[in-house]
Design a protein around this ligand. Structure first.
Ligand code: CA
Length: 618
């Protein structure tokens, strides 16, 4: 018996490696699926995935593509190929995988010719106004894709946290609506595949970084959306997530190596305290938990310290920019990934696209904490993010409070004044994206007690202060919702986006009188902003709020706009002599919102709880 066991052991010891070798190697997937010739970077790293691929020896016969290095990892089912494509022409070449002398697999790989001229790509800037929409909740242009084979979660419109069927076609169908409102750019919550069993509609648990979710459409549909938007003069900003992936990512049972994810002995959440990353007094315990803790059980935390993981993400973002001709990126949970990796990512993006824009979600309450992340060489620890834009969360909080509060030394419009007075911490405060609400918090109209006068004040401020304004879909029709009721309630379906909806708020006849009042107010404001260089790019000069009136100017050499916000419940007559330094040289004024004329600039009555936006004239 003993001898028998020993023989079996010997036989197995000989057979097992042979079996591994003789098991047919295969290639199931190569990421990126194709690339381009003529990129600034000479390097391309391919991740080849397939059973036992690591037992083969890859070769490239094309003389213009040089295989610099082949990298094996823990799993035998991956190879990473480092290519030098500096002299490669557009076209196809073969990657051949050998077993000894025998060629076992041959794969055709394509380098496309570039359709874009990176120097002509301008990104987004202060002339833009961004419309944020959640694709599952905006409009269902194709009910046939609501449920798709292989997709785990089926549509269920009665579940606030379920999928409702909105899609890319729904966005295409309503581009004219968005353009008519006066937006110039659309930030779309993630469109990539989220094949998770539940709560997948929001898009932040990506399960394939190279594929649009089938319930939204196809990669071609996305490309068509970008092309159609561009024809209408609208820009598209893609929402990207480098901090985590859905736990159902295709490699879930077969990670290239365990350290692709930040692993913990047991499930450990992030502490969500972004400040721990730049806090000079932070404990290592808090820092590690912040950047390596998982965002959620369904969201695996990525280890960008692994250079293969890091490169996988960087190339993916460049792939989408190049494939679609994207105008910008919104990067989720900005302080959560490794910050040196994020700076390197931005360097690589700007190397390929020198005028590009990326706005980072730095969800922190105080200007210095946010300013740390805006490309900035003033940080005491030497950190330079290379990030071109950040969201202005501190100003969002100020807007949310200012119009609900009684005017006081530090309350009411002083919230706005005080927040803006801290702009010296930013390398350039014009690069902040300003907003009053988004998909993660209470809707603006709910925050303002559903008071349309407060709403008009908030919108007038948002579209005339410094920075790049952003609104959230439905804000223009006074959609409501509190986060404490659940995220589904701040991301409700846009009325009229679904066949059979009772009201179609995409049309004036489908809106209530109050919705039309809000929509028309915003439409006038946003379309006027498109033509006002002073409001887009002019200097901001503001005056201490007095008697409940906050006055500021946006001015260039040629133009000046005076904004007066009356945050009290009384009409107020304002003596303009205090503003002489900004009024000098101007004789009259024209109200932007209601076509009133002011033939003298001495005193102006600002109606209770109302904004006045006045273009000054010589
Ligand atoms: Ca659909």
């Amino acid at each position: 018996m003993k001898i028998f066991c020993k023989s079996i052991f010997i036989v197995l010891a000989i057979l097992l490696p042979m079996t591994l070798l003789s098991q047919k190697a295969e290639v199931k997937r190569i990421d990126p699926p194709f690339w381009w010739s003529g990129m600034k970077s000479n390097s391309l790293q391919l991740m080849v995935y397939g059973n036992n691929i690591s037992v083969t020896q890859p070769k490239i016969s094309d003389t213009s593509v040089f295989l610099k290095q082949v990298i094996s990892v823990e799993s035998p089912n991956y190879l990473f190929l480092d290519l030098d494509i500096s002299s490669a022409k557009a076209g196809v070449f073969n990657i051949e995988f050998f077993n000894g002398k025998k060629k076992v697999i041959s794969i055709v790989y394509q380098l496309k010719s570039r359709e874009l001229n990176p120097d002509e790509m301008t990104g987004f800037d202060n002339s833009d106004a961004i419309y944020l929409l959640m694709p599952d909740r905006f409009a269902n242009g194709n009910p046939d894709n609501d449920d798709m084979p292989g997709m785990l979660e089926k549509a269920n419109r009665s579940n606030p946290n379920g999928r409702h069927g909105g899609d890319i076609q729904g966005i295409v169908n309503n581009l004219d609506y968005i353009k008519d409102l006066g937006a110039t750019s659309i930030w779309i919550n993630p469109l990539l595949e989220n094949n998770m069993p539940a709560y997948s509609y929001h898009g932040y648990a990506v399960t394939d970084l190279y594929k649009v979710d089938a319930r939204f459409g196809t990669n071609d549909d996305y490309k068509n959306l970008v092309r159609t938007a561009h024809k209408k003069g609208l820009k598209i900003i893609q929402d990207m997530v480098f901090n985590h992936l859905g736990t159902n990512y295709f490699w879930k049972d077969d990670l290239p190596s365990q350290d692709f994810y930040n692993q913990w002995p047991e499930f450990t959440r992030s502490n969500y305290r972004g400040g721990a990353v730049n806090d000079p007094h932070a404990s290592d315990y808090d820092y590690q938990k912040m950047v390596k803790g998982w965002f959620d059980v369904s969201m695996a935390d990525l280890n960008q310290k692994n250079p293969l993981m890091a490169n996988y993400l960087i190339q993916n973002s460049i792939w989408w920019i190049e494939y679609l001709g994207l105008d910008g990126i919104r990067q989720d949970t900005y302080p959560y990934p490794d910050k040196d990796f994020m700076a390197e990512w931005m360097r690589r993006v700007l190397e390929e696209y020198p005028n590009y824009n990326v706005v980072g979600e730095v969800w922190l309450s105080f200007p210095p904490a946010v300013a740390y992340w805006l490309e900035n060489d003033k940080n005491a620890d030497g950190y330079h993010s290379n990030l071109t834009n950040v969201f202005d969360f501190p100003l969002m909080y100020a807007i949310s409070k200012a119009f609900n509060e009684k005017e006081g030394w530090s309350s009411g419009s002083a919230q706005l004044y005080e927040t803006l007075s801290q702009d010296y911490v930013y390398s350039d405060p014009m690069n902040l994206v300003v907003f009053a609400d988004n998909h993660d918090g209470d809707r603006l109209y709910s925050k303002l007690d559903e008071d349309i006068n407060k709403y008009k004040l908030a919108m007038a401020f948002l579209f005339t202060t410094r920075g790049i304004p952003q609104i959230y879909y439905g804000t223009e029709i006074l959609m409501t919702g509190h986060e404490h009721d659940g995220h589904g309630f701040i991301r409700e379906d846009f009325a009229g986006g679904w066949d059979g909806d009772e009201n179609n708020a995409f049309t004036s006849v489908g809106r209530t009188p109050e919705q039309n009042e809000a929509f028309n107010f915003l439409r006038r404001l946003m379309n006027w902003r498109k033509s006002s260089k002073a409001v887009q790019n002019g200097k901001l000069t503001h005056y201490l709020p007095e008697n409940g009136i906050y006055v500021y100017f946006r001015h260039t050499k040629e133009e000046s706009v005076m904004v007066m916000l009356n945050n009290t419940n009384e009409d107020k007559e304002v003596d303009l002599s205090r503003f002489a330094e900004n009024i000098e040289g101007f004789e009259t004024g024209k109200s932007v919102l209601n076509r009133m004329y002011f033939d003298k600039l001495d005193t102006i009555v600002v109606p209770a709880k109302s904004p006045l936006i006045i273009e000054l004239e010589e």
